[in-house]
Design a protein around this ligand. Sequence first.
Ligand SMILES: Nc1nc2c(ncn2[C@@H]2O[C@H](COP(=O)(O)OP(=O)(O)OP(=O)(O)O)[C@@H](O)[C@H]2O)c(=O)[nH]1
Ligand SMILES: [Mg+2]
Length: 211
Amino acid sequence: MDEEFSKTELETARKIFAGSCDFMLGVVALKGLPDANLPEVAFAGRSNVGKSSLLNTLTGRNSLARTSNTPGRTQELNYFNLGDRLYMVDMPGYGYAKVSKEKIKSWTNLIFDYLRGRPTLRCVFILIDARHGLKPTDIELMEVLDKSAVSYRIILTKADKVKSQGLEAVTEKIKQAIKDHGAAYPDILYTSSIKATGIPELRCIINSYGE
Ligand SMILES: Nc1nc2c(ncn2[C@@H]2O[C@H](COP(=O)(O)OP(=O)(O)OP(=O)(O)O)[C@@H](O)[C@H]2O)c(=O)[nH]1
Ligand SMILES: [Mg+2]
């Protein structure tokens, strides 16, 4: 990661994430979305990349968002209220999941409709498993966000599973791939929910979108 944060920024963000963060509601259809009265960031990515785990590690609460070994754990757009400053939205994964085709289709529609049409959505974090790199559905999502002018950042997850050389290689590949994507932030973040890699920095980034 190329971005640097001051000690004050890191400390401010740490305190905010140590404060209140509550589950607010789970949404299964666009009409169930809450009022767009706070800025939002959303966690997107293929099933099982570690979206819910990342939310738990960010907030230091192990069971705030439910996680599982089985792809398809998160089945709704789950809203978390971070200190009345912003909403963080944990989403169902796209791609493969151990659920019916019907369910996958309805989630995928909901996710894509939400992501391109939410006026208060400040940033989408697209989580990519550091071992696997970009997949066609990730690129499809990036294209939808480019078209809708919704900013996004790529996060490589499970960095603890890859050696630093491998991480550099996959980062370089992704940096090349996102050059042509207008709404992509050029820097790539690494995280590990187990070792807490990248967590203080990601807290700063999220906090910067808050009120
Ligand atoms: N080694 C390692 N495992 C991780 C990390 N983050 C998540 N996992 C594991 O990956 C699996 C999936 O994690 P989840 O957080 O449930 O993934 P998700 O993206 O929310 O999955 P869905 O809700 O099914 O889309 C779990 O077994 C986690 O323990 C990480 O940083 N490192
Ligand atoms: Mg999940």
